[in-house]
Design a binder for this molecule. Structure first.
Ligand code: ADP
Ligand code: MG
Length: 265
């Protein structure tokens, strides 16, 4: 499915995330049941569904914050994990897993900024530590990212001095500083007061307009409808339905999707 923001007639991009038949349990509780999804270059896919349906777990499995029990995950064609013929799940080596997962940036509901570091220090922390870059080399880029999210003037402030919307925009700049090919968002506006969600959604929309590949767990139906190229609905660990965004809202196929949308809209 081509990105809505791309020119008409564009072909779908290369697969960036391929998840096939993912299963995951916490103890005896199945949390992901046979979840499959392909995210292509430049696509923005919104993941919606009730609380507890496995949305966060799905995202966290993709970038190895959780492990899957079975299935296959490939990122830009490189296999992160896959189940063999005997049903055993094999992960790439630790070093490979780290390298592969660095292609993805993640933004969480609760920002997770370092409170003892300034805004600028938060943004340069990972490139300094992980890429071994010098502060002088990464600072201009970090400042450009802060300008992009509208927070250059806050670069020497500590997170405690920022609003929730500002913190989340710093978190987005921080993820972008690692130059990911894919951005994963887990309910980035759910912890925000309603009047602060708009500024974060605008930043995300800007990224989408620049053709960033994005997988976004959200309860913001307006964002899903207007920005996402396609929408997937999860319920009780299953991926129930995936459709182009317009078709998803105009003509949901499953009764569970319809019930959820009636409740949300
Ligand atoms: P969602 O993001 O859709 O709200 P989650 O992926 O957070 O759903 O959770 C799916 C299910 O897995 C829930 O029943 C939740 O309680 C359970 N769960 C999530 N994380 C853990 C964990 N670390 N240990 C045990 N159960 C968990
Ligand atoms: Mg969640």
């Amino acid at each position: 499915m081509p990105n809505k923001t791309s020119d008409a007639g564009d072909h779908a991009g290369a697969p960036m995330i391929e998840a096939q038949g993912l299963h995951k349990r916490f103890g005896a509780t199945p949390v992901l049941k046979n979840v499959s999804l392909t995210l292509r270059q430049g696509e923005v896919v919104a993941v919606i569904g009730p609380s507890g349906s496995g949305k966060s777990t799905f995202l966290r499995c993709l970038n190895h914050l959780e492990t899957i029990d079975s299935g296959r995950i490939a990122i830009e064609g490189e296999v992160l994990a896959q189940t063999d013929a005997q049903g055993r799940c094999h992960y790439a080596s630790e070093r490979e897993v780290r390298r592969i997962c660095r292609k993805m940036g993640m933004v969480f509901q609760h920002f997770n900024l370092f409170p003892h570091l300034t805004v600028l220090e938060n943004v340069i922390e990972a490139p300094l530590r992980v890429k071994g870059l010098a502060s002088a080399d990464i600072t201009p880029k970090a400042e450009a990212l802060l300008a992009k999210v509208g927070l250059l003037d806050k670069r020497h402030n500590y997170p405690a001095r920022l609003s929730g919307g500002q913190k989340q925009r710093v978190a987005i700049a921080r993820a972008l500083a690692m130059e990911p090919d894919i951005m994963l968002f887990d309910e980035p506006t759910s912890a925000l007061d309603p009047e602060l969600t708009g500024e974060v959604l605008r930043t995300m929309r800007q990224l989408a307009d620049e053709h960033m590949t994005m997988l976004v767990v959200t309860h913001e139906m307006g964002f899903a409808r207007e920005v996402a190229s396609s929408v997937v609905f999860m319920d009780a660990g299953e991926l129930i339905e995936a459709q182009p965004a317009q078709a998803f809202f105009a003509n949901p196929q499953h009764a569970r999707t319809r019930a959820f949308l009636n409740h949300m809209l």
